[in-house]
Ligand binder design. Sequence first.
Ligand SMILES: C[S@@+](CC[C@H](N)C(=O)[O-])C[C@H]1O[C@@H](n2cnc3c(N)ncnc32)[C@H](O)[C@@H]1O
Length: 486
Amino acid sequence: MTTHVISDADYAVVSDALVRMAGLVFDVSRRGAISAILHERMSKTGQSSIGSYLAHVESLSGSAERQQLLDAVTIQETHFFRNLPQIEALRSDVLPELVRRARSSGRPLTIWSAGCSTGEEPYTLAMLLVQLFAESGPVPVKIIGTDVSAAALDVARAGVYSGRTIKLAEPGAVDRWFDDRHDGSFSVARPVRDLVEFRLQNLVTDEPPFNTGEVDLVVCRNVTIYFGRETTTRLVRDFHRLLTMGGYLLLGHAETLWQISEQFSLLPVGEAFVYRKDAVPQNGRRPEMPRPAAPPAPAPQPRRVMRDVLRVPSLRPKRHTEPSAPPPRRALPAPMEDLIKARDALNAGHYAEAASLAERATAAHPLLVEGYIIEGRALSNQGDDDGAIASLRKAVFLDPSAAHAHFLLATTLARVGDPYGASLSFASAAETLPAASTETLSELLDGRAVSDLVDLCRQLAVTMNADPETTVGAGAASRDDGRRTQ
Ligand SMILES: C[S@@+](CC[C@H](N)C(=O)[O-])C[C@H]1O[C@@H](n2cnc3c(N)ncnc32)[C@H](O)[C@@H]1O
């Protein structure tokens, strides 16, 4: 079958319609896939032009076809226990705190998995809660998964899974949380299913299924990557309104509130970052995550507790600001000294030393972007791709303009066999490289012009993964859990 790729003008019209219908912004890499979907839908509905098809889809009588189109264009990539650093943060800190809070307030613990796709995300949350309830007793809980795709929700409600999504669950999860159907598929166990409810909801055009201040935790991961900034800003404002005070928001590893919202505090929890709705800005203070009064907590591991809380605008590391008069000689703060030594060690090829110094610097100062970049480069040079990916992800999360980190992350993801992740990171590198200082890029450029590197990144973004579904179908594992897939 020949694929007839739609014209620039038609693609622009379709793109506008998708933004109106669901906030979806697709770049040129999706043009082939979107063209194929449109031709198929037009032939099924007997529409002869893209204009008449879209007019039908957006009319009052076109709601069924609109649903078909949205089912087809949305990307439902997901799996159980996705993003292990976040899963650990939920397990060790966020959910225990919320359960304690629900117990003392008598309110049901309310969780929203917004853009839940085929259900793995809310079921994973339910699994974590059932485990927690076994240890500390149950509380009433409401987990609602919503999505714009009716087809994805059908799968979610059926709760039967096989293949890749099951393989990517954490070790032991299949035996513990699924019933074997003995045909290669597994159904989610009843106690987990009973905690989760699914609803069809468009995050852009429909009212959210919650009241103001009702939600304790919003998990909205890998959804706003398809939205434009305005849509995301509006959505995040809604999340803030719906969250209870002290409630949490989790985004995907490639998503941040940088330049989107200043309403949340950002907290590192172990290897992950979470956003929290706080009553008062907490600039410069260092509150711990609320903990029960007794028993006294054991001495915390350096990177396993929330240590800093900064308002989002403070995230970007301070650029060098030259003082007008020479400053008095003063010892550098320890993390800065470690950072400088780490950079020297990296340049000298002493990678183990560089990695451990950079790790010490970021442990003391969890928002030190350059520390994560140095750590990532050092680990990568030692052949520890998993470690490098984890560090570089933190760097781009904290500073989405860190072009160098995007590029290194892209090449590392490509090397470990995650073309989908690599494609996203190459696209981010292409976007951020032009604004980066050539000084920070000299090693990458190696004599080439920035524009050459940008072109290369653009090409790789498209060719690595022109159509993410292909990656899923081919059984490749998404690497946003920061671990190697077995
Ligand atoms: C890549 S999946 C993410 C699934 C899950 N949150 C995760 O991280 O594994 C993105 C999901 O967002 C949904 N989505 C996209 N636009 C949406 C909208 N306007 N309203 C609700 N859901 C939307 C898609 O249907 C898809 O299921």
